[in-house]
Design a protein around this ligand. Structure first.
Ligand SMILES: Cc1cc2nc3c(=O)[nH]c(=O)nc-3n(C[C@H](O)[C@H](O)[C@H](O)COP(=O)(O)O)c2cc1C
Ligand code: SF4
Ligand code: SF4
Length: 294
């Protein structure tokens, strides 16, 4: 099978997820190409592929705008099979609405949805996830990837249900529609902290950052992806009205994956507050995995 994985990523969680999904297909003998969307990515020719996978991080209960715009330009053959493997930092039901525009666009082109899966990845905004929590998330993600590949192979179609209330809510919380452009007027770099490494300028997926008179400046076509502030080595970038939710510093995914000690039960039946919603989500993955691979 020829598979094409098309994804957008801000802080590389979706890139990491895509590499794991690709490895899973390749291990079965499939050939896989990947496309990472940024402002320079040319529109691809999808015609030779048996299956297309779409992935994105959820932003304010929606797919990122650069992702939506890229998909709007795609042409696919009638009957083209595709699946979705989106990700986000939490399991809130409102996240279910995030694929509605993608699905509508693909339906109009005659695309056939053969599965939709929601993975959790550590937050790149709000607060950083602890290492033990990420270890448990990765353990469940590995199971979910295997469930996804099994279902895609055996023609078991999984859909994530949304409803008009979630769809309406997601429409109104479409923070990124104007948020990035407006918020980037408020982005500031602390000159005392900045070491002029140029990383933010090089890495911005939308060429929104430049240097003038030795200072870092921002245009106003920001994706709100958080890549600049997340990876800034000296935490010098202030991100406007989201400053209180800033997460700075890459997660040690390599170290976490290399750790072969037993995975701790960070989430368990006593988890409360923010963590409570993960109990049901993790249990559902465990139950599915046991059913399929018993
Ligand atoms: C602007 C913005 C909005 C976000 N909104 C949500 C959200 O509505 N729901 C959620 O669960 N996670 C949300 N997140 C968290 C990301 O979806 C999550 O960390 C994701 O794994 C980031 O993927 P990436 O590294 O590929 O960009 C948001 C992140 C950003 C930057
Ligand atoms: S990444 Fe941080 S330290 Fe490097 S140039 Fe940008 S603001 Fe300055
Ligand atoms: S300015 Fe920062 S948050 Fe905005 S698109 Fe560029 S890297 Fe992403």
């Amino acid at each position: 099978m020829r598979v094409l994985l098309i994804y957008y990523t801000g802080t590389f969680n979706t890139r990491h997820l895509t590499q794991s999904v690709k490895a899973e297909f390749v291990a079965r003998g499939d050939s896989v190409d990947t496309i990472e969307i940024n402002s320079k990515t040319p529109v691809c020719d999808c015609s030779g592929y048996d299956l297309i996978g779409f992935s994105y991080p959820i932003y304010g209960f929606n797919a990122p705008l650069p992702f939506e715009r890229y998909v709007a330009k795609l042409t696919v053959k009638k009957g083209q099979k595709y699946f979705i493997y989106k990700n986000s930092g939490e399991t809130l039901a409102m996240n279910n609405a995030s694929s509605r525009l993608l699905i509508r666009k693909m339906r109009r082109r005659g695309g056939v949805l053969v599965g939709e899966y929601h993975f959790v990845m550590p937050y790149n905004i709000h607060f950083p996830f602890e290492r033990d929590f990420i270890r448990q998330i990765f353990e469940k993600n590995e199971k979910l990837r295997k469930i996804m590949l099994h279902n895609l192979t055996h023609g078991e179609v999984r859909r994530i249900k949304s409803n008009p209330i979630y769809n309406l809510g997601a429409f109104f919380v479409g923070i990124q529609k104007v948020g990035g452009n407006v918020n980037s007027f408020l982005y500031k770099v602390d000159d005392k902290k900045c070491v002029s490494c140029g990383k933010c300028i090089r890495e911005c997926p939308h060429e929104n950052i430049y240097q003038k008179g030795g200072k870092i400046k921002f245009h106003h076509h920001c994706d709100m992806c958080m890549r600049c502030s997340f990876f800034c080595p000296t935490n010098a970038i202030r991100i406007g009205f989201l400053e209180g939710w800033k997460v700075n510093g890459a997660y040690d995914f390599k170290g976490i994956e290399a750790d072969k000690t037993p995975v701790p039960e960070y989430i368990n039946s006593n988890s409360r507050g923010f963590y409570k919603c993960f109990i049901k989500y993790f249990n559902a993955i465990d139950a599915d995995y046991a059913r399929i691979f018993k």
